[in-house]
Structures are given as structure tokens and as C-alpha cells.
Design a protein around this ligand. Structure first.
Ligand SMILES: [Zn+2]
Length: 444
């Protein structure tokens, strides 16, 4: 008596095959014809010897009602013999791992009621998640797979021990903040070597089958607190021409700027609100201890060698790129000579450390400089000298992007006329404020 049972499935290297399973005298069987057809086996029925020969990678011999089978030259005993009924041979389901494993020369095991055939992997796949501020590279693997994650010579290295994987995982493109992945195969291990954008740090978290490696961009903060720094003051007049002094003009602009930004909802800190001398180092300390989100230093320019030079320029911190930037830098940094007696401790080390701290804000500082410069040019009718890089001491901050605005030239007659005009001062302060607001808006 033959009963039709449920279907039986075989997973052969990821391909699922379904077979009808029968019970014959209380044991379970699969028809050899369906195995031959679906798994594409060669077969031959020898009627004289009553032997079914199946062939794929190896040859298997089966005899009805005989529990002994041969795989190539080896003989195995099955729990139940194959049965021949209605001209067909039925193969015991419980012996399929042995028979098909032998035929296909692959590892075969029963798992959760189905037969798994093929090399078993312990690395299943790799997934990516990329957005503007982070990149995740996740390897899906057996929870028991051992790994090591460390940083050597500027590379982050993930080593997985005793891995079994499909070769397709060796092809690793780079995406998002991960600039390069090199794969190295070895005896008993596989290594993934990562290089990240701007050498950003990587984090690893294991969560069951997922080994998740994440790179995050330096977190951007909303701009709430802004330090407005009127240049010079007190015994340091800044640029001086025909009795007019930079320190007074920039204080006026800064006060208007601070008022406008306060009105617009920003929290404003000024480094000075009257004509007093504040050392450069103290200005940076005020900003750093406030943990402000942006530092804006307000200045006006001078060229004692050419009164033709005119216009506005906005600087962000970096090694000076042009001779002119170096000239401005030397002038603005010269305030240090006024504070030498108060600050004998400004050392080379301070400069280097501060430079390192500021590099992470380079991109943001540049963006802020561009927005401020653009707004200034369009709204106050000044010649555009551009957003530039220079090495100003006052911009060497630890915790925020920083820019320095040189509004116009005190040494140029047209520019000077503007600088001494209250309406222009008002317009300039608004223009800088609008540039800052635009920058604050677009950076998210
Ligand atoms: Zn200045």
C-alpha cells in the first residue's frame, strides 16, 4: 500500500527542489524517477542484474529489496532497502543524505526536515547602508564565527577565522565614507582592510548573525551659539589710516551683527563690547569654553603699499595659499606683539595642536566663509576678493568652524567712505548675518 505524504525539499547549493514523499509499509520513500529528472542524474536500469545505476560526480548502485548499496567501490548498509513497485524504484528518504551526498560528492545533512546539500558557508552575505552622514558595512555570518577588529598603519582590519564563503564576497566595491576595501584570503582566515574618508574612525558591533561596521561623519550640530569677535581693541588699533582706526569700525559692525543675529534667535557671545584690549589667545578661549557653533571675527583691511586695493574677503583657517593671504595673516597675527608681555606662553605647540583641532572643521569653515562672502558681495556693493585660506591665530579653535571677514580697505578712498557711513555699516552687518543664516540653513 502506498500513501502519498507531504512534499519533501532538498536545498542543493541554494536551489530548492521539491519531491513527493510516499510511505510504503510504514517507511518513507522518494521515487527515483523524480530524483533523476530534477537533479539531472544519469541512470540505467539493468533488468538482468536488477540493478539501478545512478551517476553524477560518482556512481551509485541500488538493488531492490537489498539494504546494501555501492558508492563507487565502497559498500554501505541502509536502514531500509529500496523498493521496486509499479516498475519504479523507491529510495528510502532516511538514506538520501548518504546516497545524494555520494552521487554529487558534496556534504549532505538533514536540517529541520529538509536535506541540505552543498558546501555549508558560515559567511552568508554582505549588506551596505549608506547615507550622507554614515556608512554601514554589515557582514552576515554564523554567530559563532570568531573575529578580530583592529587598526594598523592607518587601515582598519577585520579578520574572520575559519571562514567558509562563496567567492562572490571577495568583490567589494567602496561606498560612502568607506573609500577602499581590500580583501585578503589566507589559510584559515579572511581579512577585510578598510580605508575611510578623511581617516574617520570605524566602530564594530556584533548582534547575533550581524557584524556591523560603521563609519560616521563628524557630527554636525545645529548652529545656535555664535561668537562675534570684533578685531583688535584698546592698545591695538588694527589698521590705521588718516586717523581712522579699524578697532572702532569693526566694533560698530560687530554690535549691529550681534543685534541682528540675536533678533533672529541665535545665542550670541561677543569677545568685546567696548574699546578694550583682548589678547588673541583669550578670544579663542572665550569661544572654546562657550562651545559655540560658529566663530566670526570682524576686521577691515589695509594696504599701505597700494591704496588701489579694495573690496571684501572672507578667510577660513588653513596654511596661507597666496602671498596676499600671507600679508593679511602677518598683519592680523601681529596683534600677538601687543600681548607678548601678558602671554609669554604662546608656544609653537599651541599652534600645532590648534591647527590639528581645526582641520576637522575645515570643510565647514570654508562653507561658512563662502556663504558670508557671497552675501556680503551681493548686498553691500563691494568688490569680491573671494573666500580664502589663511593662517590666523584667532581662527585656531578647538570646537567650531571659524571665519574672519575683512569687510573693506581703510586705505582705499572709496572703501573708506563706505566704512565711515552708518548706513553701509548697517547694510554690511545685515549681509554678514544673512550669509550666516544661509549657511546655518543649508548645512542640514
Ligand atoms: Zn584686523
Amino acid at each position: 500500500m502506498i500513501f502519498l505524504l507531504f512534499s519533501f525539499t532538498i536545498n542543493l547549493s541554494g536551489n530548492i527542489y521539491t519531491f513527493q514523499e510516499y510511505t510504503i509499509e510504514n517507511n518513507r520513500y522518494i521515487g527515483s524517477d523524480s530524483l533523476i529528472g530534477k537533479l539531472d542524474l544519469s541512470s540505467h536500469w539493468d533488468n538482468n542484474r536488477q540493478t539501478l545505476t545512478l551517476q553524477k560526480e560518482k556512481v551509485v548502485y541500488l538493488i531492490p529489496d537489498n539494504p546494501f548499496i555501492k558508492i563507487e567501490r565502497d559498500v554501505y548498509q541502509l536502514r531500509y532497502a529500496p523498493i521496486r513497485k509499479d516498475g519504479k524504484l523507491f529510495i528510502p528518504t532516511t538514506s538520501l543524505a548518504l546516497i545524494l551526498g555520494g552521487l554529487l560528492n558534496m556534504e549532505a545533512n538533514f536540517e529541520n526536515g529538509r536535506l541540505e546539500i552543498g558546501t555549508r558557508v558560515n559567511i552568508y552575505g554582505i549588506h551596505w547602508k549608506v547615507d550622507s552622514s554614515s556608512t554601514e558595512w554589515t557582514i552576515e555570518c554564523s554567530p559563532s564565527l570568531n573575529y578580530l577588529f583592529n587598526k594598523t598603519n592607518g587601515e582598519w582590519i577585520l579578520t574572520l577565522f575559519n571562514p567558509i564563503y562563496n567567492k562572490k564576497i571577495l568583490d567589494q566595491p567602496s561606498k560612502g565614507l568607506i573609500e577602499e576595501i581590500k580583501v585578503e584570503e589566507g589559510e584559515g582566515f579572511i581579512k577585510f582592510r578598510f580605508k575611510t574618508k578623511n581617516d574617520l574612525p570605524m566602530d564594530i558591533i556584533r548582534n547575533g548573525k550581524l557584524l556591523n561596521i560603521e563609519v560616521k561623519r563628524f557630527e554636525k550640530r545645529a548652529i545656535r551659539t555664535i561668537v562675534v569677535d570684533p578685531g583688535h581693541g584698546g592698545k591695538d588699533p588694527g589698521a590705521k589710516y588718516l586717523g581712522f582706526m579699524e578697532k572702532n569700525i569693526v566694533l560698530k559692525v560687530s554690535k549691529k551683527l550681534a543685534a541682528r543675529l540675536t533678533e533672529d534667535g541665535f545665542n550670541i557671545i561677543m569677545t568685546r563690547t567696548n574699546d578694550e584690549f583682548i589678547p588673541l589667545k583669550e578670544r579663542t578661549q572665550i569661544a572654546d569654553s562657550a562651545r559655540a557653533d560658529l566663530f566670526v571675527s570682524i576686521h577691515c583691511n589695509a594696504s599701505y603699499s597700494s591704496n588701489k586695493m579694495h573690496g571684501a574677503e572672507t578667510y577660513f583657517l588653513s596654511a596661507a595659499k597666496s602671498d596676499w593671504a600671507r600679508t593679511v595673516e602677518a598683519t592680523e597675527n601681529s596683534a600677538i606683539r601687543f600681548e607678548a608681555e601678558d602671554n609669554p606662553d604662546i608656544t609653537e605647540i599651541d599652534y600645532i595642536l590648534n591647527d590639528l583641532a581645526q582641520t576637522q572643521f575645515l570643510e565647514e569653515s570654508q562653507q561658512a566663509a563662502i556663504y558670508i562672502q557671497e552675501s556680503l558681495i551681493h548686498k553691500s556693493d563691494l568688490y569680491n576678493r573671494g573666500a580664502k585660506q589663511a593662517n590666523f591665530y584667532v581662527l585656531r579653535l578647538n570646537y567650531m568652524p571659524a571665519v574672519l571677514v575683512e569687510i573693506a580697505f581703510l586705505t582705499n578712498s572709496k572703501d573708506r567712505k563706505k566704512l565711515l557711513n552708518d548706513e553701509f555699516i548697517e547694510k554690511t552687518a545685515s549681509a554678514i548675518a544673512e550669509g550666516i543664516e544661509e549657511y546655518a540653513r543649508v548645512r542640514f
